[in-house]
Design a protein around this ligand. Structure first.
Ligand code: NIG
Ligand code: FE
Length: 381
């Protein structure tokens, strides 16, 4: 089955074609088959009339923690009154997640992925990390795998209460990794004071790479530290957060192959300063935007909200922010088949209820998703 999308006001490809006007697009099955001048559009089985609206790629949310139970509203409220975010609340969610039946965790993950799709996200990564036992991490990854191929083992999210640090790192690198690796594409570690230091993070990442997993790092979220340098040194696909960066970190990201994934929902929700996006862009680093959707530091599933924050608070242009939320996320997942509109990529796109991609920041908080196509299947509001 093929679909012609025409009458497009602005086609924001996030790819080599840049922004096109008077363009049309044909999806054949789950793939984009053709992009070109509207006047030359080939026939198709169905037509999606964009009515002068903007069309952008589906968002790629490359960082999310969706398998959890419980609620941390009180912690959020305390932060808004001035309490700092320390990451200590992770253990609250671990306790609630361990106590929850499979069906509850499955339902929460289903609810959040549906929420994402409704808001124009067509690819999402999902991490474990609220189980922290072999059985609970495995359970989280099994559930995550029902919703995405982009599954990430985050056994090294924090030290479980009462655990011995060396023994826990050995467990993560040993039995837990053995059980989880078959269900994960990636391994991640929270490298931070109060979580895992550089040596421990290196052990976890090295063991994960040996097991065939790609690398990601929660790096430099709460303070300058070794996370970014380690991520670049080990060839991680992404260093996530990048809130507190030294010039050396920025240069390493610019010279290396690691994407800086910025998560401004976290800065919003923790009242932290925002990451230095302009300095990263100026140095030539690759940038992605993602939600970090989780019940503690950033309980939003809205990529549009992250784009608005990136523009308003981080000085990114709307085009830079939308590109980071699409092509940037794809790069952070080392994917070339998603994130940009061009022949051969997966037919994942969003028709905005707006004439330009810039409205995602210009009209913050307004639901601007008119239609979403995911792998060629259309859902309209
Ligand atoms: O990406 N920083 C570590 N992990 C999550 C927060 C998890 C939580 O607070 O529950 C993050 O911000
Ligand atoms: Fe995270």
């Amino acid at each position: 089955m093929s679909v012609l999308v025409d009458n497009i006001g602005e086609l924001f490809t996030a790819g080599p074609d840049g922004i096109l006007t008077d363009a049309a697009l044909v999806a054949d099955g789950d793939t984009i088959a053709w992009i070109g001048p509207a006047a030359q559009a080939p026939a198709a089985d169905h037509r999606l009339d964009a009515a002068g609206r903007a069309v952008i790629p589906g968002f790629v949310d490359s960082h999310a923690h969706l398998v959890f139970a419980g609620d941390r509203t009180a912690e959020f409220a305390a932060r808004m009154s001035g309490e700092p975010y320390t990451g200590g609340g992770i253990r609250t969610t671990v306790a609630a997640t361990r106590a929850a039946p499979d069906v509850e965790l499955f339902a929460t993950t289903a609810r959040l992925t549906a929420e994402m799709l409704r808001q124009g996200t067509t690819t999402w990564e999902i991490k474990s990390g609220y189980g922290l036992t072999v059985a609970d991490e495995l359970r989280s990854l099994r559930i995550a795998g029902e919703f995405t191929d982009e599954t990430t083992f985050l056994g090294a999210h924090t030290l479980p209460s009462g655990a011995d640090p060396d023994a826990y790192v050995a467990l993560v690198c040993g039995d837990m990794l053995d059980a989880c690796a078959p269900h994960a594409k990636w391994i991640d570690v929270f490298c931070e004071r109060g979580a895992f230091d550089a040596d421990q993070a290196r052990q976890v990442l090295t063991a994960g790479a040996k097991a065939g997993l790609g690398l990601r790092v929660h790096a430099n979220q709460l303070s300058e530290g070794p996370g970014v340098a380690l991520a670049v040194e080990l060839g991680a696909a992404s260093a996530d957060h990048c809130t507190h960066l030294s010039w050396n970190d920025i240069e390493a990201l610019a010279d290396g192959d690691t994407v800086a994934t910025l998560l401004p929902g976290v800065e919003f929700s923790t009242r932290s300063p925002y990451p230095p996006a302009r300095r990263l862009i100026g140095a030539g680093a690759s940038i992605a935007l993602a939600t970090d959707c989780n019940p503690g530091s950033s309980y939003t599933s809205s990529m549009a909200f992250c784009i608005a924050l990136a523009v308003r608070e981080m000085g990114m242009t709307p085009a830079e922010a939308v590109t980071a939320a699409t092509a940037g996320g794809a790069k952070a997942l080392r994917r070339t088949d998603i994130g940009a509109l061009m022949p051969g990529t997966r037919a994942d796109l969003v028709v905005l209820d707006a004439p330009s991609h810039a409205h995602l920041a210009y009209r913050p908080g307004v639901p601007l998703i008119k239609a979403v196509m995911r792998a060629g299947a259309v859902r309209t509001e």
